[in-house]
Design a protein around this ligand. Structure first.
Ligand SMILES: NC(=O)c1ccc[n+]([C@@H]2O[C@H](COP(=O)([O-])OP(=O)(O)OC[C@H]3O[C@@H](n4cnc5c(N)ncnc54)[C@H](OP(=O)(O)O)[C@@H]3O)[C@@H](O)[C@H]2O)c1
Length: 239
């Protein structure tokens, strides 16, 4: 294959969808939707037992590969992609979704928690891009990042909102950088979604399935259509 020839389109059952933060919430729901639509999935997070259980539920080793990966660790990220390629031979979608929040108020949260949050939400997402771009270049694949409504409007005293603004910038920076590579880039910007992200689970919120459907919408468009941003709020959410 030369650089000017697009790769052959694989059969749907051959395509491979990698998700970080797949052990819970939006990532796990997206894995279920992707499998239901025929994709093979690579499930990455730190909670290996939860990933193993999900991989079993999704059809076992033929369909789902669980990989322990702390997204803040560059070696883990490289090993995640190596495992995906050595097991399934290709990578078509990478969804940089791992992340967490914290209390609002610049005097509320601890500096140590901020550090973990910035390393996970920003540095971790950047490492996922860096680790997956070579394989996505081969497949002319698709890169998605989970930002947030909090990555579109600043929330008072929210360091989390600052990290998600960085992810929003990262999506647009990646889109421009990858122009001409055939890789499409999508920012997923959920409003309040009822997942273990919240200690006190919200009411009138989206379900993780609602965001998974938005992800599947973006990745199911024909190759000439690049859905760059999807901001999805619950109808009941004002800000
Ligand atoms: N829920 C909402 O209202 C909402 C709104 C906007 C955006 N988001 C974003 O959506 C994404 C998914 O969150 P969620 O709502 O689905 O919450 P969740 O259920 O708590 O899922 C978070 C996922 O991130 C993983 N994770 C956290 N730190 C990690 C690390 N260092 N390395 C690897 N994986 C890590 C967790 O797995 P392990 O703990 O097993 O590693 C888990 O799978 C996050 O980026 C979040 O900021 C959520």
């Amino acid at each position: 294959m030369t650089a000017t020839q697009p790769p052959e389109t694989p059969a749907p059952s051959e395509r491979v969808f990698l998700i970080t933060g797949a052990s819970s919430g939006i990532g796990a729901a997206t894995a279920r939707h992707a499998c239901a639509e025929g994709w093979r999935v690579v499930l990455a997070a730190r909670s290996h037992e939860r990933l193993n259980a999900l991989a079993e539920e999704l059809g076992g080793p033929e369909r789902a590969l669980p990989v322990r990966c702390d997204v803040t660790d560059w070696n883990d990220q490289q090993q995640m992609v190596n495992a995906a390629l050595s097991t399934f031979g290709r990578l078509d979608v990478a969804f940089a979704n791992a992340g967490f929040g914290g209390p609002r108020g610049f005097l509320k949260d601890t500096p140590e928690h901020w550090r973990e949050m910035v390393l996970t939400n920003v540095y971790g997402a950047a490492l996922t891009l860096r680790a997956t771009i070579p394989a996505l270049s081969e497949s002319r694949g698709h890169l998605l990042l989970t930002s947030s409504v909090a990555g579109r409007r600043a929330l008072p005293g929210s360091m989390y909102s600052c990290t998600k603004h960085a992810v929003t910038a990262m999506g647009e920076a990646a889109r421009q950088d990858l122009h001409g590579s055939g890789i499409r880039v999508t920012l997923i910007e959920p409003g309040m979604t009822d997942t273990p992200f919240f200690e006190n689970r919200p009411t009138d919120a989206l379900q993780d399935d609602d965001i998974a459907r938005a992800v599947m919408y973006a990745v199911s468009q024909p190759p000439h259509v690049s859905v760059n941003e999807l901001l999805v709020r619950p109808t009941a959410q004002q800000g």
